[in-house]
Ligand binder design. Sequence first.
Ligand code: UDP
Ligand code: MG
Length: 319
Amino acid sequence: MGVLSVILPAYNEELMVGKACRVLREILNNAGISYELVLVDDGSTDNTWEEIQKAGESDQNVMGVHFSRNFGKESAIFAGLAQAAGDVAAVMDCDLQHPPEKLLEMYRLWENGYEVIEGVKQSRGKESLIHKKSAGFFYNIMSRATGVDMQNASDFKMMDRRAVDSILSMPERNMFFRATSGWVGFKTAYVKFEVQEREAGESKWSSWSLVKYAFTNIVAFTTLPLQFVTLGGVVCLLLSLLLAVYSVVQYFAGHAVEGYTTILIMLLFIGSAVMMSLGIIGYYISKIYEEVKRRPRYIISQIMRGKEDISSQANQDVQ
Ligand code: UDP
Ligand code: MG
């Protein structure tokens, strides 16, 4: 028997926090699993924090972590993992789109010796076409880069203490949790689940934030785009060799090449290729800059266990 920590990142989820706690409590109590719920309020602007405190009043197993502002879901997950005291930790959305019953299945797999249990989406739930296509494109690149099928990967996972500790020991600030849990290795099992529909509140993802998320995570996880730059250079070189041969042949055949248009097109083409490459390299440099600043991943303004404020004793150190 091990204690299960369930980590629930919450951003503007006042309508769902209470319900998520009730549902989880009931399921885990019925299954006789000892647990703690770590709710991380990612700088919500609504009453999420009040709701978390309310949930803690009646339940000593509820822990609330309050961020000083919105740091994003990855940071919230990381903070939850850092505070979790259990032998095994699960991460799930607090809007109950990840079916809580699946926790039991994951827990049994953990008891049978699996150290990382990944939730795999069986269907993507209801999403707009643009959303689906852009997510598909992003995961395609990620799958190629990581060599792991990311198409149906999710943030719904359970991890043994050892896997949690190895994730916590990673120094990078920009972490792509979904792929990192696979990267650390360990004995892994997969559990399929259906994405449920959101009952209340709304999705925090606009199409634009998805694009940003995709770029950030591609850069955080792989250097593949830098190889595109090299590849582009090689293609340009081959083309210019062809053109050189053609021009020399033309020259000796007695007619000089018609110059102006060719030069104009080439200049524009190469100019834009160089600028795009610089952009890609620049993006990596900006990310390196963010990493070397060593800013904390998040700032905690308050931590509660049950109804007790433990901000002063809790481990706030985020290296
Ligand atoms: N979330 C968060 N910080 C953010 C955005 C979202 O902690 O900046 C949480 C949110 O409260 C939810 C989970 O991440 O528990 C998934 O968010 P959402 O339901 O909006 O995403 P979707 O399910 O639409 O992909
Ligand atoms: Mg959701």
